[in-house]
Design a binder for this molecule. Sequence first.
Ligand code: PXP
Length: 260
Amino acid sequence: MLLGVNIDHIAVLREARKINDPDPLDALFLAIKAGADQITIHLREDRRHINEYDVERIIKHSNIPVNVECSVDPDIIEIIAELKPHRVTFVPEKREEVTTEGGLNFNDINYANLDKAVHFLKAREIETSFFIDPTKEAVRSAKGIGVEWIELHTGTYTNIFAMLNSNLSYTPHSIKELEVERSRLKKMLAKSLNSLEEAANSAEEYGLKIAAGHGLNYQNVSEICKIELIEELNIGQSIIARSIFSGFEDAVKEMVKLVK
Ligand code: PXP
């Protein structure tokens, strides 16, 4: 399995001071050294972390694929297309969210725009991917639009895992709707893994390449690695969190070891 390292949070720290330190470009070089297979960054409409100057320099200096996440906003797509990353992953984007909360909702967004965006990028030889919830319906919709990749949102699985296996439920960030009996949580965990597996199976039947990500960490990643049809994981928060204590290079190396 391949590891894409999401380095948005390096820019989150920089933006806390609005200076030029730490520089996500330094993270690129260390991630490569540590064995990462891909770098993932999200150019948000509000530029709350990564900006186009970062995207430009990261693409220019990277010898591994760069995967840029973005919304279907035509201006953002045009900026990214000019910079020619390896892949663009379309994600839903809300100003008020802390992180990407779910997959693309094909009933909500402008279908015609998405279709246009995918063809615009394909014509420029840029791979395309949709970040989707692990359902057969979402996989079918993605296939209908013609992307090469899907990325399955692992957030439901990782939230349940955290409520079962960490101290999250005792903290102010406990997930209220998951404050249920442990036996029920265990069943929910199995069901969430099953959904990921079934979505991966239908994606494989449609000939789509399969990535997954969101909330994956050093404890919960092994169950996802067992789903052999998933080719690639994109992981950010947990790697950056560990790097505060053990250094970024070691944190990436440790995750590479688990994912391989
Ligand atoms: N994949 C996608 C499409 C994402 O939007 C994110 C979050 O930015 C990730 C992977 C990484 O998630 P995390 O930071 O929770 O590892």
